[in-house]
Design a protein around this ligand. Sequence first.
Ligand code: SF4
Ligand code: SF4
Length: 445
Amino acid sequence: MKTFRIGGVHPAENKLSAGKAIETLALPKQAVFPLSQHIGAPATAIVKKGDVVKVGTKIAEAGGFVSAVIFSSVSGKVNKIDSVIDASGYRKPAIFIDVEGDEWEESIDRSTELVKECNLTPEEIVAKIKNAGIVGMGGACFPTHVKLTPPPGCKAECVIINAVECEPYLTADHRLLLEKSDEILVGVQILMKAAKVNKAYIGIENNKPDAIQLMTQKAAAYPGIEVVPLKVKYPQGGEKQLIDAIIGRQVPAPPAIPINVGAVVQNVGTAYAVYEAVQKNKPLFERVVTVTGKSLKNPSNFLTRMGTPMSQLIEAAGGLPEDTGKVIGGGPMMGKALVNIEVPICKGSSGVLIMNEKEARRAEPQPCIRCAKCVSACPMGLEPFLLATCSAHGDWERVEHEKIMSCIECGSCQFTCPSHRPMLDYIRLGKGKVGGIIRARNAKK
Ligand code: SF4
Ligand code: SF4
């Protein structure tokens, strides 16, 4: 069975909510929309206090080509334009909407009937995706229309759908595969047309045999779409790892991107959002979110309107357990501890993980024993110990030379370290600094 070639680890899967069908979460009392919930320029608010909006009303315009529009997920009245702490822990400008009723824009087709036929041109599809505010829903939040607009000289050869969901605990994509298989397959066909290719692969890890079986059986009716079962290994959901696993090509170091080796990679949630946008005129304003944890009463998968506070999801899953040590936005490997649980669900929010006190406790870091386990685990072929140590000492020149910007922040190094070195914290710090230095250098050119 296929997998990627360099590094990787095997954390405990803990897919506690895999058997839980997607439930629709109740509407929040107030929905909060950070203007920056994608990679690129923040969006610009186009509503003001007192404005009345419906579900699906555009409330913020894209701030540039690499940016995304934002739609209201609720009907009601704009309470204020203010700021909110989001899952990154930073305060961001945001639109606050008080919810009244649930009135949708009439342009949205709310029927559940499957619409297979799509007669739009590739350019029209890309425009629809852009106008629906779709971004990568695996967490990276890169605007989808940008990925479908190859730079000059690059040509896509295939679409690769990331249905790996290799983060422990998370099951939102797994449930989507089981419950929206046809819509996803139509979405993949639309993405193939937009990318002007006639081949697509859907990569699913072997710990989801029900999804592999269902998607393989259904894909037979969709020419050019192949389901690829993959050996379980973290971080297979990383774009570069997935490309290597499926088509055996390695994306060179940045600034190279997947299209340089002919691949357009999209998350399975994104394929579903593309179906809804193109075939149902429905912009991106809701998503499936896993709420999970060993001490949580009822780990679940909720279809959640954007802007809903995470506290509401936790409440619906049985409430915050007494022994809570940490609440993480995302999974345990790449997620970040939340500053508070009122953080709103955004386009990239795939999960909320509640760690109990025992799990949350970090072991005391010990001196490095030079075992090189972190080097063997790194899927990018880096030297994590060196990057972390040089970052801790502020040696930015060295870490740039050692390719710190290639780090995908997967946490495999830290996971595997017998001395519990907090490598990822330092590497993230180093990436932030070096990224700033590179931007400043480019701006001078
Ligand atoms: S976090 Fe970065 S350095 Fe550590 S294993 Fe992942 S890619 Fe390598
Ligand atoms: S895994 Fe930990 S102990 Fe081993 S070389 Fe890397 S940092 Fe040092």
